[in-house]
Design a protein around this ligand. Structure first.
Ligand SMILES: Cc1cc2nc3c(=O)[nH]c(=O)nc-3n(C[C@H](O)[C@H](O)[C@H](O)COP(=O)(O)OP(=O)(O)OC[C@H]3O[C@@H](n4cnc5c(N)ncnc54)[C@H](O)[C@@H]3O)c2cc1C
Length: 491
């Protein structure tokens, strides 16, 4: 690290979306800000990776709230804003084939046509859902009780009987619901009302816009520099210790590292009051996924005329849902799972060389299934690689039900497992979507009780109330505002 990096007014650990937004906003206000990122590239889980001429997203393939994201980019001093394209989702399963990202009233009409016996329940549920969406819109306090609190499944079952409808309204798909109803209300707002969108710079281009804004305002970014410890003395932040043992002092440290890693690994064991640790300890994390990125030697059309770039496919919905990772005594067929097929090249042909296409397949996964492959000396044991390759091929075979030419068109395949999201995404147990979606209230967790310490990113709120990217960005800007409001005017 360079000599002039040894002190700063604010140190930000991690250049994910939350860290970048916070750092860029502070730099724009003239704060001497040092951003330390352990990877060689910025963006964290919102970045991209490049292989064999193809460009793949590591995480999001679409985001919610483009107006909000534009306003964050502007606040951070970005010079150019992206154009946005709406990204729709089609659900294809036993007896159902419909666009679920259309406005709720349209979706309800289509469902009433398909399930006339459930018409009254669909009408009442949709009416209440729309009312709640308006109540919960960003900036308003969520009141779980007013909204019908509790689990999404329990709420939806008050109105509907058909299992496909229950799962659709309570999980936005075909799998067993697990979210709270307040979280699901937001998810319907994102999916169907305000929409999911794709930026012209690509999702992985958004962190680069923030990086340029940060550096353009004099911010110092050091990549390839891991923070080992946050130093605390008498309840106050002193600075950080980086991997090569160097001490960098600052009165304020903002961590964009994974929330649990921040409190369990970066802070000293007695760094936080017990009550705060207890509050965090009772929370569980959201789940994880298996993600297969494919570089295709030609674009492959789906069966039927489906222009939507996102397909949710499940070959069966009736009967018991048994996720693939609960049946590992037999080779997985994914026949009981919902497979998400994303075709980002529809929005962004530049992701693939001319005449080729990028497709991403995802399915829910369990961390426990992969934990046994963690090696003692190496990151993974040898049998991990054949296992994940087999999973990739089998998932391609399942997706070929909808994209029959897929298998023959695969030129490049990368399989990311929960261990990939743990090792490369730096997220505890490979969790991809913040805290578990069972919470019914919205809590701000970005200011732990240590003077000068803040935590931004995916887990800095108890719910993803602006979606994943939006919540991370929001936390970064909010923490920057708090820091700026306490800062003495500079000479
Ligand atoms: C598969 C997947 C799909 C997703 N889909 C969506 C979606 O559709 N829509 C959506 O909005 N969101 C989605 N998300 C979530 C989205 O990626 C996140 O909300 C957002 O990018 C997370 O930002 P963050 O600020 O929490 O930082 P992170 O992405 O977690 O980045 C943290 C950064 O900190 C760095 N770091 C950590 N520890 C240290 C250390 N000790 N020293 C230095 N640097 C450190 C890391 O290297 C990393 O760069 C998805 C995520 C995944 C993984």
């Amino acid at each position: 690290m360079s000599q002039n990096a040894q002190s700063a007014e604010v140190i930000v650990i991690g250049a994910g979306m939350g860290g970048l937004a916070c750092a860029a906003r502070l730099a724009r206000a003239g704060v001497n800000t040092l951003l330390l990122e352990q990877d060689r590239r910025v963006g964290g889980t919102a970045g991209g990776f490049f292989r064999s001429g193809f460009s793949f997203p590591t995480g999001p393939v679409g985001v919610t709230g483009p107006d909000y994201i534009d306003s964050v980019l502007k606040d951070c001093g970005a010079r150019e804003l992206p154009e946005w394209a709406r990204s729709h989702f089609r659900l294809v399963t036993e007896g159902l084939n419909l666009v679920i990202s259309q406005p709720l009233e349209h979706l309800a009409s289509e469902l009433i046509r398909l399930f006339p016996a459930e018409a009254r329940g669909i009408e009442l549920l949709t009416e209440g859902l729309l009312k709640s969406v308006r109540t919960l819109r960003v900036g308003q306090t969520p009141e779980a009780e007013i909204l019908g609190g509790g689990s999404a499944e329990a709420h939806v079952r008050k109105f509907l009987r058909d299992e496909r409808l229950v799962r659709l309204f309570a999980s936005q798909g075909t799998e067993s619901p697990s979210s709270s109803w307040p979280v699901m209300i937001r998810m319907w707002d994102f999916l169907s009302e305000s929409g999911i969108w794709y930026p012209s710079c690509g999702v992985h281009g958004l962190p680069l816009v923030l990086k340029e804004a940060f550096r353009g305002h004099g911010g110092r970014l050091v990549t390839g520099q891991r923070v080992q410890q946050i130093l605390i003395n008498h309840g106050r932040v002193q600075g950080v210790l980086v991997t090569d043992g160097e001490l960098v002092t600052a009165p304020i440290v903002v961590s964009n590292a994974d929330y649990l890693k921040t409190i369990d690994e970066l802070l000293p064991p007695d760094g936080l009051p017990k009550a705060f640790r207890g509050n965090i300890g009772r929370r569980s994390l959201s789940g994880t996924v298996l993600s297969v990125s494919l570089g295709l030697n030609r674009p492959v059309p789906p069966i039927g005329e489906w222009p939507e770039p996102n397909l949710l496919y499940s070959s069966k919905t009736s009967g018991k849902h048994e996720p693939w990772f609960e049946r590992l005594d037999q080779p997985p067929t994914f026949d009981s799972d919902e497979v998400w097929i994303h075709r980002p090249s529809v929005h962004d042909p530049g992701l693939a060389p001319p005449g080729k296409e990028v497709v991403v397949l995802r399915v829910n996964a369990s961390y426990e299934t992969f934990e046994r492959f963690r090696g003692r000396k190496r990151a993974h044991t040898g049998d991990y690689y054949p296992f994940k390759k087999e999973l990739g091929e089998r998932l391609v075979a399942r997706a070929s039900d909808l994209l029959p030419e897929l298998g023959d068109a695969v030129e490049y395949m990368d399989v990311a497992t929960p261990l990939t999201f743990e090792f490369w995404g730096h997220r505890t147990r490979g969790s991809v979507a913040g805290w578990a979606w069972t919470d019914t209230s919205l809590e701000d967790l970005s200011a732990p009780p240590v003077e000068g310490l803040f935590i931004v990113g995916l887990c800095s709120y108890s719910q993803l109330f602006r979606g994943g990217m939006g919540t991370s960005l929001h936390s970064g800007l909010q923490v920057a505002s708090r820091i700026l409001s306490k800062r003495l005017p500079q000479p």
